[in-house]
Design a protein. Structure first.
Length: 354
């Protein structure tokens, strides 16, 4: 399926302001037809509130919501050209996969026979033709997710909303379904908005990331840009970087706490500097004649398995995380309370403007 060219008015243009008690959501979203936008953020950030506002399930306190140039602020949920894939899919347990998918077209006034024909086409497109007669309890997690997606797409929405669409899947199924979902979203001609707290889902599925913390946008852009230039501790943790903020003077970034980091880039003024835990080398004794231009005395605060490596959380002159092999951790005799020296080469750091 080829994506079609749209006009300047096509797509999503929204400023979602929702006030609920002490919490205030204020998020602006714009997207062209064919775009996949991911709302990424911690629990309680306001991601699901934003999604429900787009669907019309939560009223706006202020702002606007336009889709393909049409105002949707006061349009009831059932009249909006919006499809939703919920986290738990919410398939009708008493209906077959075919009739679950046909439900949307039937609600739009399509005859039963035509709705079932359309539903069969969507199931075939998503590789589920042989499961058309199965009820939800007979479907695997991945199959149920695709039926829910087919049900949402069968109404031919101009806005597709996906609420943590992979959260209910086990790790192995998640890999396969993520790849399949990316393929189907690439064929989707309208706007898709995905809510997730999983950075890998966001990076793989979305063209554009909007990171939300405490009800507001803290960073947005292409996945590769955000992964390389995080602007908050939350984002840095997600993408696996040590992140610091200070003032750059040439190749040196001086932090508020007094420590300094020598960076590969040359900047002047407020700046961020980041490096991966894998760039950190640990020593039990202060190294002499070391080539690393960054050297800090630290104390091991904790150790945990991180994939096939050990992650050491360090406090001291510069709080940081360091990744090392199990063998290296054993040889260094690491345990909480041990003093170590941490080094990082300037060429492994990345400084960028605040």
């Amino acid at each position: 399926m080829e994506k079609t060219e749209g006009t300047a008015a096509d797509g999503l243009d929204a400023r979602l302001v929702v006030e609920r008690g002490a919490f205030r959501l204020d998020v602006a979203l714009t997207a062209a037809p064919g775009d996949v936008v991911a709302l990424l953020g911690p629990n309680g950030a306001g991601k699901t509130t934003a999604l429900r506002a787009l669907a019309g399930l939560v009223p706006l306190s202020d702002g606007h919501l336009r889709l393909d140039g049409a105002e949707l602020d006061r349009t009831p949920p059932e009249a909006r050209p919006v499809g939703v894939v919920f986290q738990d899919y919410l398939l009708f347990p008493h209906l077959t996969a075919l009739d679950n998918v046909a439900f949307g077209p039937r609600c739009q006034g399509v005859s039963k026979a035509q709705a079932r024909t359309q539903a069969a086409g969507w199931l075939e497109r998503l590789g589920l033709a042989e499961h058309a007669g199965a009820k939800p309890r007979r479907l695997s997690g991945g199959q149920a997710q695709r039926v829910a997606l087919a049900r949402a797409l069968a109404t031919r929405p101009r806005l597709l909303l996906l609420d943590e669409p992979l959260a209910a899947l086990d790790a192995r199924t998640r890999l396969d379904v993520r790849a399949q979902l990316r393929h189907h979203l690439a064929d989707f001609e309208a706007v898709a908005v995905l809510v997730t707290h999983d950075p890998l889902d966001a990076m793989v599925l979305a063209d554009h990331l909007v990171v939300v913390e405490d009800g507001r946008v803290v960073q947005e852009g292409a996945p590769s840009h955000i992964a390389r230039r995080p602007r908050t501790d939350y984002i840095a943790h997600l993408v696996g970087l040590n992140l610091y903020r200070g003032r750059a003077e040439g190749h040196t970034v001086r932090l508020d706490g007094g420590a300094a980091i020598t960076a590969d880039e040359e900047l002047t003024g407020p700046a961020f500097v980041a490096f991966p835990p894998s760039a950190v080398t640990l020593h039990r004794e202060r190294p002499t004649g070391a080539s690393a231009r960054n050297l800090w005395r630290c104390e091991v605060a904790g150790l945990e398995t991180h994939g096939d490596r050990i992650r050491a959380d360090l406090t001291g002159e510069l709080p940081l995380a360091a990744d090392l092999t199990t063998v290296a951790a054993a040889e260094l005799g690491l345990h909480p309370g041990v003093t170590v020296w941490a080094t990082v080469k300037a060429t492994q750091t990345h400084a960028y403007r605040d």
